[in-house]
Design a protein around this ligand. Sequence first.
Ligand code: FE
Ligand code: FE
Ligand code: ZN
Length: 283
Amino acid sequence: MLNIGSHLSISKGFEAIGRQALEIGANTFQFFTRNPRGGAARKIEAADVENLKVLMQEKGFSQILAHAPYTMNLCSAKEQTREFAYNTLVDDLDRMECLPGNLYNFHPGSHTGQGIDTGISQIADALNRALKPELQTTILLETMAGKGSEVGSRFEDLRAIIDLIEYKDLMGVCLDTCHVFDAGYDIVNDLDGVLSEFDRVIGIDRLKAVHLNDSMNYLGCHKDRHEKIGMGGIGIEAFERIINHKYLRDLPFFLETPNEIEGYAEEIALLKDKYIDLYDYPF
Ligand code: FE
Ligand code: FE
Ligand code: ZN
C-alpha cells in the first residue's frame, strides 16, 4: 500500500488533523510543530492526542511527520539565533514523546557565511546536546536545495553531520524531491544513480521519509520553489518511478505542493493510481 499524505494545518488539533487526512485519502500527514516562522507551540491536550492515536491505529496510519519551523537555524552565525533554535529543538523533541514512534524533520540550517564545516559542527553539537538515548522519535535531516548558505544540499553534508552524532540510531534523512532536483541530483533521468549515490554516501537505511514536490525550476538551480505534482521540471513520469522505486516504495510520502486541501486530495488520488501495489501480484 502507498503510504501518502500531505502537509496539513494542526490548528484544530490532533484528532481533527487525523480526520482531515482520512478525508483526502491519506494514511499519514505532516504538520508544523509550531508556526513555521517560529514562536510558541500550541498546548497539547492529552485526550486529543489519545484520540489521534486510536484513530491512527484503527485506520492503519503509517508514521506521521512533524516538521520544525523554518526559522530554526542551528548553525546561524548569531549565537542568539542558535540558542533559540536549540531551545526549539529540545522543546519539540520533548513534545514529540506524546506520539512515540514517529518522525521529526528539520532543515539542517544555513551557515550564514561561517562556512559549511562550521555549520556542520554546530548542527551536530546542538543535536548531541539535545538527543537522549531514550527518545522515541526518529530525527530527520532534510535534503536541501542549496539556496543561499544552506547546509545539506549534498549528501556528504548530511553524512558528515550524522558521523558526529553520538546516538546515531535516532538519526535519519528525509529526501525532498524538489530540493534534491534543485540541488543538482538528476532524479528525472537517473533516479537509480541518485539513490545509489545516496546509499553509497549516507546508507539507504537512513532514508525514512520522502517529500514529494515538483520543482518550478530546472536541475541544479538552487532555488527551492515547490510546484504541483507533474506541473514542473520533475514531471509525472519521474514521480511514478519515484513512488514505485524499490528503495522508496515502502516509505511514507508527504506532499508539500502549493495546494489547498482539494488539490492535495487530487494529487493523492493521482499518485495512488500510479502506484503498483505488489500485494496485488502474488508471485
Ligand atoms: Fe522542509
Ligand atoms: Fe520539504
Ligand atoms: Zn522546500
